[in-house]
Design a binder for this molecule. Structure first.
Ligand SMILES: [Fe+2]
Ligand SMILES: [Fe+2]
Length: 256
């Protein structure tokens, strides 16, 4: 049967509606990256020519998405916290816990940033994404700890009081076993001189899921100022190895 002859499925109709709404909202045509749709279980990309033809006189969006909070010209980490990170209370609680525990600013910063991969970008391999984003701007130990906390989360260390999270049994089932690459990463991390830096993220992480806790980003502005090398050009414009990641967060729907 001809692809185009079959009736639209419900989800296709919803997409079509969404697309019309998007187009009505904007002077520009806004289309989605492949990854956005993959999360809906489809490996697809819009046909650019067809979208152009259906929206005569319009062009694809190549700048800021007007539906998203405005970003300043030279955005700082704090700006991303406010305008591009989904609720950050979990990270703030974790950092507050580390602060109260009397840990170093390096540890507090690691806790504050440990899940920015999830909060801004993507769940899968969030430790790696998050570490890559911050690597040019923090001490190596901080980004290393953020990367490794992902693997360490799955492995108990009773000698420092870390048990396998009961929440993971609920999330993933009692039979879940981490992928071999996570096991191998854990083995490497366990023998590393900075092991405890990553372990401390997991120790401060696990107690920090309280929806009513009062947390405030302002409590961490000074620690960020002293420990995160904010580029004067703004995150995204400093030509660092991760500048493109910050730009992608700033303009997630840019056509190219
Ligand atoms: Fe995490
Ligand atoms: Fe976390």
């Amino acid at each position: 049967m001809n692809e185009h002859a079959r009736p639209l499925t419900l989800s296709e109709r919803a997409d079509e509606l969404e697309e019309q709404m998007m187009q009505a909202l904007n002077e520009h045509i806004i289309t989605k990256s492949v990854l956005f749709r993959m999360a809906d279980g489809r490996v697809e990309i819009d046909n650019g020519q067809a979208l152009l033809a259906a929206n005569s006189g319009k062009h694809f969006l190549m700048g800021a998405d007007p539906r998203l909070p405005e970003m300043p010209e030279k955005p700082t980490l704090i700006d991303f916290f406010k305008a591009r990170f989904a609720p950050t209370s979990h990270m703030l609680q974790s950092a507050t816990h580390a602060l109260k525990g009397g840990h170093s600013e390096k540890v507090v910063l690691s806790c504050l940033l440990h899940d920015i991969g999830v909060a801004s970008f993507i769940r899968c391999d969030h430790g790696y994404w998050g570490a890559q984003m911050i690597e040019p701007y923090v001490e190596e130990e901080v980004s290393w700890a953020v990367r490794m906390h992902q693997a360490l989360r799955f492995f108990p260390n009773p000698s420092v009081g870390y048990e396998y999270p009961q929440m993971y049994v609920k999330f993933f089932g009692a039979d879940y076993r981490p992928e071999p690459y996570i096991v191998a990463e854990y083995e490497r991390a366990r023998n590393h001189k900075w092991y405890m830096s990553a372990r401390l993220i997991t120790l401060n992480d696990i107690y920090s899921f309280d929806p009513d806790a009062k947390v405030d980003l302002n409590d961490f502005v000074d620690i960020i100022g002293r420990n995160f090398k904010q580029p004067k050009e703004g995150l995204g414009f400093d030509n660092s190895p991760s500048a493109h990641m910050w730009r992608t967060l700033m303009w997630p729907t840019r056509f190219l």
